[in-house]
Write a protein that binds this ligand. Structure first.
Ligand code: TNX
Length: 518
């Protein structure tokens, strides 16, 4: 009895049941190569540090980001010191040397031994992607916003990993329903976990204009004053937009701003009578019809307007692309459409940017523009506009609406969403190959994938979460992982293991019955 009493007294107050390491095979998107060591895992200790490559500000920034993620839930100090500076070796090193040369510009090599975690890459993008993998190798509680008990165990082994496609994107429509800066930032934090590297913001549509243009101030103040259903709408100031761009950049995500032209422009036409062919401004619009509005292709001030908008937008955009829309211009004749696009594409390139547009810009009347990207959103597996544009040198971003649209309902029972293209359960979102989907479009012409979230029915943050998770991780895997790894039965297990992580992150995800949620 005395012996038992001793044991009780010496039990450390903070002891918790040992938490097992997660498996190296639970990472989404699945890495190119995973070699579990089977040996002793690494346990993050309270005195661990983070050691970025000496002399590299971008590596130091990735270190600061990682520290920010880990400090919240571990409560550890996690001091940052340049690698090789004689600081304690235990911790996470972020090195810009020594990676497997196959990792390329976005990949990384991650080594976990009993003593340390070492991430090596050729670029800070690669280090950042390695950090996202490390997050997923830690227990789900690592995502907690409050301190949780240790241990923090990482399974031992080596991962060598790099993306199949350079572009892995998602789009948020802030025009149909406006979404404030805080919501966009939160979304950015979450999509980064799945190695998404582009966020396309649909900044204008019939129902609202969401970005300040100094030369045309009524676009935002009047054109942005409502939304679908008639709510108050809203817009971003230039400072707010730059805040989003900077926040995304810290998470290695490039913002692509879209001004949809020449259709989807009722908010602009309502703001300025002189943009209309008949000189009469229409009413603001709060319904969900498409295809009824157009800028006036025969008026010279239309082009001055577009040039002003693109000039101010380019100045706010460090990324390489300006998206000019071009979809559903049903109120514009094919000749007018060609005239209009052939005038405005050179405005984009003159500002040092490349044109991105919905695949209708592949119309034969529209000339090629250097570096242009066509975004395919159709329902078929061949498309003459896309293959025509590719034959002139365009690259393609794949967003087939019946596979990749995040605004489509999962099932008939989904509480929000549309179903004009399809109902898209998780398996449907996962089971297609972006590299071979369109006949006449070889994988070499595919820049990558994008999952758009249109927001006619998407009003709240919860709606965004519900439609994005778990489908965006499926699309992210199509964009990142080699096709040889494509396997629904394996994917659903790895995806299911993300569930506890999302619960801790407060993500209101769709618990698809196709997936065994951990
Ligand atoms: C079609 S897809 C549109 C959008 C709608 C969406 C709704 C595309 C380029 N245009 O204007 O919001 O369907 O799913």
């Amino acid at each position: 009895a005395a012996g038992l009493a001793v044991i009780v007294v010496t039990q450390p107050a903070r002891a918790q049941p040992a938490r097992l390491a997660v498996s190296m095979n639970e990472v989404v998107p699945v890495p190119v190569s995973v070699q579990p060591s089977g040996g002793t895992p690494y346990t993050l200790s309270p005195d661990a540090g983070i050691f970025p490559q000496a002399g590299s500000t971008p590596a130091a920034d990735v270190g600061a980001y990682l520290a920010g993620v880990l400090r919240r839930s571990t409560g550890y100090a996690l001091p940052i010191a340049p690698a090789g500076s004689g600081a304690p070796a235990r911790g996470v090193s972020l090195l810009l040397a020594g990676a497997d040369p196959g990792v390329g510009a976005q990949g990384y090599q991650l080594d976990v031994t009993a003593d340390a975690v070492v991430i090596r890459a050729q670029t800070a993008d690669g280090l950042f992607n390695g950090v996202q993998t490390l997050r997923q190798l830690l227990p789900p509680e690592i995502e907690s916003a409050v301190v949780r008990p240790d241990p923090w165990v990482v399974p031992g082994g080596r991962i060598v990993d790099y993306p199949r496609f350079a572009y892995r994107g998602t789009m948020l429509d802030v025009a149909r329903h406006f979404h404030p800066v805080a919501t966009v930032k939160q979304h950015i934090d979450r999509i980064a976990l799945y190695k998404i590297n582009y966020l396309h913001l649909h900044l204008s549509d019939d129902q609202g204009w969401r970005i300040v243009v100094d030369k045309w101030p009524r676009l935002a103040t009047y054109g942005g004053s409502t939304q679908v259903g008639g709510g108050p709408g809203g817009h971003y100031t230039k400072a707010q937009f730059q805040e989003i761009v900077a926040y995304a950049a810290q998470r290695h995500i490039t913002i692509i701003p879209e001004i949809d032209l020449p259709g989807h422009t009722n908010a602009a036409l309502a703001s300025y009578a002189e943009l209309n062919c008949n000189g009469v401004a229409p009413q603001l619009y709060t319904g969900t019809a498409v295809g009824f509005s157009s800028l006036c292709s025969s008026k010279e001030n239309t082009y001055a307007f577009v040039n002003d908008v693109l000039t101010e937008l380019a100045a706010l955009t460090p990324g390489p692309y300006l998206h000019i829309g071009g979809d559903e211009a049903d109120a514009t004749s094919p000749e007018q459409y060609g005239t209009f696009m052939n005038r405005i594409q050179p405005m984009v390139t003159a500002k040092g940017k490349s044109v991105m547009g919905w695949h209708q810009i592949g119309a034969s009347a529209v000339q090629h523009s250097p570096g242009r990207i066509v975004q395919y959103w159709g329902l078929n597996t061949s498309d003459a506009l896309v293959s025509g544009a590719v034959s002139k040198g365009a690259k393609v971003v794949m967003s087939p609406a019946n596979k990749a649209y995040l605004d489509m309902k999962y099932t008939a029972q989904s509480p929000v969403g549309q179903d004009w293209a399809a109902r898209i359960e998780v398996r449907t979102a996962y089971d297609w190959n972006p590299g071979t989907y369109l006949s006449g479009v070889p994988a070499s012409a595919v820049l990558g994938v994008e999952a758009p979230l249109w927001t006619e029915t998407i009003v709240t943050e919860d709606h965004i979460e519900y439609m994005t998770f778990p489908r965006l991780p499926a699309i992210a895997e199509l964009g990142w992982s080699p096709w040889s790894t494509h396997d629904w039965d394996a994917f659903r297990l790895r995806l299911g293991a993300q569930g506890p992580r999302w619960t801790i992150m407060g993500i209101d995800f769709y618990r698809s019955p196709q997936v065994p949620w951990g």
